[in-house]
Design a protein around this ligand. Structure first.
Ligand code: ADP
Ligand code: MG
Length: 727
């Protein structure tokens, strides 16, 4: 199975987008097709054997029929198109006027982006004003014929594009769309002699469409701006000279210069200078962070003052910015049930409505005679205008899109609408202890040897731990301070969630939790401490333990309380021993916890929670050093983006960029709000439509109300959906 992604340049009509996706999905050679209207992206799944060309041409044919103005391009071309922009910026960059320049950058960007669109809007606005004036004059004039002529002029000026596209539609033999409906309905009015009504309704419809367009475009922009973390250029030093290049051209090991006000283009380590860093774009945290030599820094952050030099640690493709953008870019592919519902709904809804309209026109005539045919035909047409599902088709994906954008502003990266939907229904969230609820920065509290010196016990422990990245390991190695030559340690292996084994200068060392040594047949006493403890053995002989303290994260207790308030149970799952777990749970106010779990036990526990919850989704949040399987298994997996490992981030549905537990209740609240608004829109749009359809069928709703039910409702739903992006 492969996936081909198209960029439908110029796609504006949500209903048509929906139709395109349906048609493409129905193609014999296509498995399924998804539309991401917000990004104008068509994702086609198909099996390998069908050549790209045949799919290309089928897609182009369908789009050409439904939306002849839309260009079908490879999605990659969109990125190329955008890169092009950046290259231009690089050229014109000069090093003198920093601020002015970054200003003109933005300006240029905005301008070139909005140019085409902005102009067409001004043109539309102008012609609608003219049409409005002509219409008003027609109304004022007391003479019948001139006022009819004025109305007709107003009609043509306001609606010529509707008429053209309707005619084109008729020629192609396409099913009803909005344009065709408006055309037929207003032509109906003209035929009945209501010129002024035809003009007014057309004008009303067009203004509604224009407002809708502007609203969607603005929301598209404001949301993508939140996600536009991509720096436009990087300054690097090559051959002693400072160069400005595109981030893609920077290589690992290059020295990058970042000045005040600039955004870091790549990840790396500071080698010179110090500054305050604004990490809010990445983490949603507005506190500036002090950065000095030796600290690692993430791309996407902004240097607030001072100049720093950074040794680049990974190419752009692997930088945190690229990862975030990748993640958000693909978010739309994980559609929520609510979104899928619309697709299924559209399949039955449209034919059903058309059938109703036909019945509404024909049936009364059969009983009452055909003398009133035009009256019932008019009602049938009204019925169709009212029924247009645009409001639903646009406001639902827009709501999710805005919700995802709003969450990202708080450092919460949601990988798809599906996660929002599941999270909004969560009643229990299991949370890992070390690194998630606690800081994961252990400090060695005591070293209790048995039969050997304290110094040697620490050395053994550090030797074994030098191969591990576990927070416990890092702190023991740091505490010891000794570095080990690669030849000294061999046969090292880490038992995830247990500890480490290795050969060190001919001795077989184990440094792990108590249970593991006991399983190995080594007799081990209990440590006299409630802190996290690791036990060391040498050649099968127990030789002491080390206890480590870890602090609970600030606000973790508050986060647990907030979750409780939201009706979500927090369950702590930890691989640590019972006493350490109990102490932490007490401090955090968590009643439900499970200790001494191996990574696979955490999966089992989450599965138990899923069973117990009776179908409502269960979340799991972990820092991911060994939590990836659980994160993947849970209905909603959270990973800590800063501390977390790549595998965990990959497996997660939601990534918390600021590593803060507090983001969990925030995410729940944001998800619930988004779902509430999406549902509001569904109920509102369908409610108004059914009501007006009923009124229309009874002859109580005129053309005005019909057009309001179409464009007015869509506009209100769009504005409502935009609330999802506000925190
Ligand atoms: P948590 O579930 O709280 O995140 P882990 O599953 O990472 O904790 O680890 C559980 C326990 O396993 C730790 O408390 C520690 O006793 C032991 N352990 C895990 N990794 C190591 C290691 N590298 N060295 C020593 N002990 C370890
Ligand atoms: Mg952990």
């Amino acid at each position: 199975m492969t996936k081909t992604i198209y960029w439908l340049k110029g796609l504006d009509c949500p209903n048509c987008a929906q139709k395109i996706a349906l048609r493409v999905g129905d193609l014999e050679i296509v498995e399924s097709a998804d539309m991401d209207f917000m990004r104008k992206k068509l994702i086609v799944h198909h099996s390998e054997e069908h050549s790209r060309e045949s799919i290309d041409s089928s897609v182009k044919m369908i789009v050409g029929k439904l939306e002849p103005d839309v260009e079908v391009l490879d999605y990659e071309q969109k990125e190329h198109h955008e890169h092009h922009h950046e290259h231009e910026h690089c050229h014109c960059d000069d090093h003198e006027h920093e601020h002015e320049h970054s200003h003109s950058h933005e300006h240029g960007h905005e301008h070139s982006h909005s140019h085409g669109k902005g102009e067409s809007h001004t043109f539309d606005i102008a012609r609608f004003i003219i049409a409005g004036v002509l219409y008003a004059m027609g109304m004022i004039l007391p003479y019948k014929v001139p006022s009819m002529v004025l109305s007709l002029c107003a009609y043509v000026i306001a609606g010529y594009d509707v008429v053209l596209s309707a005619l084109r539609n008729l020629v192609h033999g396409e099913a009803f769309d909005e344009m065709l409906l408006m055309f037929i309905a207003t032509i109906g009015a003209v035929a009945l002699g209501y010129f002024d009504e035809a003009a007014a309704v057309m004008l009303f419809f067009q203004v509604g469409e224009l407002l809708q367009d502007i609203a969607v475009e603005r929301s598209r922009k404001s949301v993508t701006k939140l996600l536009e973390l991509k720096p436009e250029y990087a300054r690097i030093i090559r051959d002693g000279k400072e160069l400005t290049v595109a981030p893609e051209q920077v290589e690992t090991g290059d020295i990058m210069v970042v000045r005040a006000g600039e955004r870091l283009a790549l990840d790396g380590e500071v080698v010179e200078g110090s500054c305050q860093l604004d990490t809010s774009a990445v983490t949603g945290e507005f506190l500036p962070v002090s950065i000095s030599k030796g600290k690692s820094v993430l791309s996407g952050c902004t240097d607030l003052d001072g100049v720093i030099k950074v040794r680049v640690s990974a190419p752009f493709k692997e930088s945190s910015v690229a990862r975030i953008m990748q993640l958000v870019e693909n978010a739309s592919e994980k559609k929520a049930e609510t979104e899928k519902f619309i697709t299924r709904f559209a399949r039955v809804y449209t034919p059903a409505v058309v059938a109703c309209a036909v019945l509404l026109t024909v049936v009364p005539c059969l009983f009452l005679g055909f003398s009133q045919f035009t009256k019932w035909l008019y009602r049938g047409l009204l019925f169709l205008v009212i029924s247009c599902p645009c409001a639903l088709v646009i406001s639902i994906p827009l709501g999710f899109f805005a919700g995802i954008g709003g969450a990202s502003k708080q450092g919460i990266l949601v990988k798809g609408a599906k996660a929002i939907e599941a999270l909004s229904k969560c009643t229990a969230i299991a949370v890992d202890k070390t690194g998630t609820l606690t800081k994961g920065e252990f400090s060695v509290e005591s070293i209790v040897p048995s039969g050997i010196s304290q110094q040697l016990l620490l050395e053994y422990a550090a030797a074994a731990e030098s191969v591990s990245n576990h927070p416990i390991a890092l702190s023991i190695v740091k505490h010891c301070g000794k570095t080990f030559a690669p030849g000294e340690i061999s046969n090292a292996s880490e038992i995830s969630g247990c500890g480490v084994e290795c050969d060190y200068n001919g001795k077989k060392l184990i440094c792990a939790k108590r249970e593991y040594l006991v399983d190995m047949g080594i007799s081990v006493p209990q440590a006299q401490s409630s802190s996290t403890s690791v036990y060391v053995s040498c050649d099968g002989e127990y030789c002491g333990y080390i206890t480590l303290g870890d602090e609970i994260k600030e606000n973790a207790r508050q986060a647990v309380a907030q979750l409780t308030q939201l009706g979500v149970d927090t369950v702590m799952l930890t691989g640590d021993k019972e006493q350490a777990a109990a102490a932490a749970a007490e401090k955090l106010g968590i009643k439900n916890y499970h200790s001494s779990l191996l990574p696979q036990d955490k999966v089992t526990k989450v599965e138990e929670l899923m069973k117990a919850s009776g179908g409502t989704p269960v979340g799991f949040a972990g820092d991911g050093i060994n939590d990836a399987p659980v994160i993947a298994r849970a209905d909603v997996g959270f990973a800590m983006g800063g501390l977390g490992s790549d595998i965990a981030i990959e497996a997660a549905d939601i990534v918390l960029m600021n590593d803060s537990v507090e983001s969990i209740p925030k995410a729940v609240a944001a998800a619930r709000k988004t779902m509430r608004i999406v549902k509001e829109n569904i109920v509102f749009a369908l409610g108004v439509k059914f009501l007006v359809m009923l009124l229309g069928a009874l002859g109580l709703a005129g053309m005005w109300m019909a057009v309001f039910a179409d464009v007015g409702v869509a506009l209100l739903a769009i504005l409502n959906a935009m609330r999802c992006s506000k925190a």
